[in-house]
Design a protein around this ligand. Structure first.
Ligand SMILES: *[C@@H]1O[C@H](CO)[C@@H](O)[C@H](O)[C@H]1NC(C)=O
Ligand SMILES: *[C@@H]1O[C@H](CO)[C@@H](O)[C@H](O)[C@H]1NC(C)=O
Ligand SMILES: [Cu+2]
Length: 356
């Protein structure tokens, strides 16, 4: 069985070779190995020039033309938006499913590759360890990630919810909702969304910090508890939490802690419009890798969870398995869950500076 899997994955790598991801598989290496992984670091462990280079690479991607045809997404303009389109298209098949973590692991890797290959990034993708900031609501808003020079900028000014908003729409304790006024993305034009609208709605980037919510769901204790789960099924459900604000997991903690009700990163479809999306998801990936590393032999193959959204009792279908396909649309080659189980494997080739 083991041999069969190894052979089939070698065949797959060979087929994909022309399109292979360079930050993901280094060219001079023998096929099927990852001997020199790039190392992802926490934002505050980058030097200031490294921070600026990363932010400039993101702006570069935002200034390059899209590869998505306008027949698919009429309003798409930039290369940065290509992955947003893919995320919007698959929203209901990549969240609250077993492959939520594998799909988003692959998404961050594909984004990292685009920043490196197309925009000259020389470091690995950084991550935001929110546990360093989430002790209190006040410490959260003071995170260096929100710095206006060496960070992603901060909150928007307070804006009331539109009249007639449904109950349950308000993220508890939200404080913003307006345009991000400082930092490198204060002049950014957001075009995709809201929700699944891809017709192009040019507007500013919004944030709606909900500091108490962030502190509640991104702290070190909840993260440690998540990583303590004994199998992938329980681990995955702890990461995603429930679809309400009372029982969010660390995933919702980042999305709603920063995006609240009115910020793009709080929009289930359009969340990758905020560049912080990738900083948050890189850390969620690091949480998964931290969990995997606690018993790597078993957890490089431990996968389960529903194929269909929220179908935890398998009423609509079964669980995903290692052969389940993951698509990044036009942004990268199709892979399977098996291909992304190991971040130092045949398809991905990166590591984390520190794990939990
Ligand atoms: C990252 O930076 C922090 C704060 O500057 C420092 O305490 C820590 O040792 C650094 N971590 C590594 C692995 O260099
Ligand atoms: C699906 O996975 C869950 C854990 O994620 C597990 O409890 C359940 O038994 C699995 N269902 C089947 C049919 O194997
Ligand atoms: Cu997502």
């Amino acid at each position: 069985m083991k041999v069969t899997l190894a052979v089939s994955s070698l065949v797959k790598v060979a087929l994909l070779l022309p399109a292979l991801i360079s930050g993901v598989v280094g060219a001079p290496q023998p096929r099927g190995t990852c001997t020199n992984p790039i190392v992802r670091k926490e934002w505050r462990n980058l030097s200031n020039p490294e921070k600026s280079a990363y932010l400039n690479a993101v702006k570069c991607l935002q200034s390059k033309p899209a590869i998505t045809p306008t027949s698919v997404a009429p309003g798409v303009v930039s290369r940065f938006e290509d992955l947003i389109v893919t995320h919007i298209q698959q929203t209901f098949s990549i969240h609250f499913v077993g492959h939520f973590l594998p799909w988003h692991r692959y998404m961050v890797a594909v984004y990292e590759k685009a920043l490196r290959d197309e925009c000259g990034l020389t470091t690995a993708h950084p991550y935001w360890d929110w546990t360093l900031d989430a002790d209190t609501p006040t410490s959260f808003i003071q995170s260096p990630v929100f710095d206006s020079t060496y960070g992603f900028g901060g909150n928007g000014p307070y804006v009331a919810s539109p009249p007639g908003s449904p109950p349950g729409f308000e993220v508890p304790g939200r404080t913003g909702g307006g345009c991000v006024a400082d930092g490198p993305f204060s002049t950014m034009v957001v075009r995709m969304g809201p929700a699944d609208d891809m017709s192009g709605n040019p507007r500013c980037l919004h944030r709606d910090f909900s500091p108490a919510f962030a502190s509640q769901f991104l702290n070190a204790a909840i993260t440690a508890d998540t990583i303590s789960k004994s199998d992938y099924g329980h681990f995955m459900r702890a990461v995603e939490g429930e679809t309400n604000f009372e029982h969010s997991g660390i995933h919702g903690g980042g999305h709603y802690g920063v995006g609240g009700t009115l910020g793009e990163i709080g929009d289930l479809y359009n969340s990758p419009s905020d560049p912080l999306f990738y900083m948050h998801h890189a850390n969620l990936d690091r949480v998964w890798w931290s969990w995997q590393k606690k018993n790597l032999a078993a957890r490089l193959t431990d996968i389960s969870g529903p194929i269909n959204i929220l179908d935890y009792d398998n009423a609509l279908g079964g669980n995903v398995t290692l052969s389940f396909p993951l698509s990044m649309g036009l942004n990268g080659p199709d892979v399977t869950i098996e291909d992304v189980m190991d971040i130092r494997g045949d398809t991905l080739c990166y590591d984390y500076h520190e794990v939990y």
